[in-house]
Design a protein around this ligand. Structure first.
Ligand SMILES: *Cc1c(COP(=O)(O)O)cnc(C)c1O
Ligand code: SF4
Length: 338
């Protein structure tokens, strides 16, 4: 028998992943020091930092190669001066998400699926993020306000899947996360629960036994879509985590964003697909980046993306080739380019 008093104390202590989450690197100078980088070579942009602060968990930093400004992981998080170059056609809400926001915290764009902006923050700030200008303040409902979202789902039986996205839903405490999942579990027509999260990559300690037990408990099929852009982001610890998730009935898929000078070569993408599979994850989507202001330097055009996919198709089994997609405003789904 577990002494209930002891278990209460245990659940009140911050878990390892929460300690990491509360000790993120936010000061560019600290990051430069840890990585032995010379600030003269690539000065950071104060403007970029003010708009979208630096935020990176220490386990992710450990995967960055020292003294290498061209490291593909570093490029994803560094608030570069290039963000100051405004380019026509790059706007703050390219997907017009605010048009599909019937109640706070809920986006209903596609048939059968709703997306809940379950958490108002992320563990990492990816500089290319299409939600970097998203109004999380008015889309982070209280428990009471969530009731309106649940009621919306209840009243539309065409919805059979709920996606928790963000921010990053796994940045929520287990208490908040489990509460949300349990509410959704009670809506009879929901058959699939999906979680979109970058935490399993940037703080792998998040996949602990409490989470595994919780996810294994639902009536619905659970899908976890992680977000990994480069094979250097994967470790053996993660392979173990994804195996445990599968053992608990969770389907694990990956989505990546095609990013200039990060992963926009055929060899890099082929390596990523193979690495994902060997870490027990299947590729799902490769997104063309959205045209978000401040991110033009990551943009890769569609013709180059098609060339890359053609090479992948010629070299890999079909199940290791992700769908190349982009999001076109007003379409009934993400648009499959290939
Ligand atoms: C991407 C997205 C989905 C999920 O699309 P799938 O093609 O099912 O992965 C659902 N809702 C919104 C608002 C989205 O942006
Ligand atoms: S984890 Fe996802 S939502 Fe958060 S900053 Fe990165 S890309 Fe954006």
């Amino acid at each position: 028998m577990i002494n209930p008093a002891v278990s209460v104390i245990k659940s009140d202590l911050p878990e390892k992943w929460q300690q990491i989450l509360s000790d993120l690197i936010t000061d560019p100078k600290e990051l430069l020091q840890l990585l032995d980088l010379d600030p003269e070579k690539s000065p950071f942009s104060l403007h970029a930092l003010q708009q979208f602060p630096l935020k990176v968990p220490r386990p992710f930093v450990e995967l960055i190669e020292k003294s290498n400004w061209d490291d593909p992981l570093l490029r994803q998080i560094w608030p570069s001066k290039l963000e100051e170059h405004e380019q026509t056609g790059f706007v703050s809400d390219p997907l017009a998400e605010s048009n599909y926001n019937p109640v706070a915290g809920l986006l209903h764009k596609y048939h059968g699926r709703v997306l809940l902006t379950a958490a108002p923050h992320c563990a990492i700030h990816c500089r290319y993020c299409f939600r970097r200008h998203f109004d999380y303040q008015s889309n982070s409902p209280s428990r009471q306000q969530w009731e309106a979202a649940f009621e919306y789902i209840h009243n539309d039986s065409s919805i059979d899947e709920v996606i928790l996205s963000g921010g990053d839903p796994l940045a929520l405490s287990n208490r908040q996360l489990f509460w949300l999942l349990e509410q959704i579990d009670q809506i009879p027509h929901i058959t699939r629960l999906r979680i979109h999260s970058r935490l399993p990559i940037v703080i792998p300690q998040r996949i602990n036994s409490d989470l595994l037990n919780c996810l294994g408990r639902f009536r619905q099929k659970v899908v976890l879509v992680i977000h990994c852009n480069h094979s250097h982001e994967l470790t053996t610890e993660m392979a173990g985590n994804f195996h445990k998730l599968a053992t608990n009935g969770v389907t694990v898929l990956n989505q990546s964003v095609l990013l200039k000078d990060v992963n926009d070569s055929a060899s890099c993408l082929i390596e990523l697909s193979k690495a994902l599979f060997s870490h027990n994850v299947l590729p799902y989507y490769l997104h063309l980046p959205d045209r978000v202001s401040g991110t033009a330097h990551f943009y890769t055009d569609e013709a180059h993306a098609r060339d890359l996919l053609n090479i992948m198709q010629a070299r890999l089994p079909g199940y290791l080739v992700p769908h190349l997609v982009s999001e076109i405003q007003g379409e009934a789904s993400k648009t499959r380019i290939m």
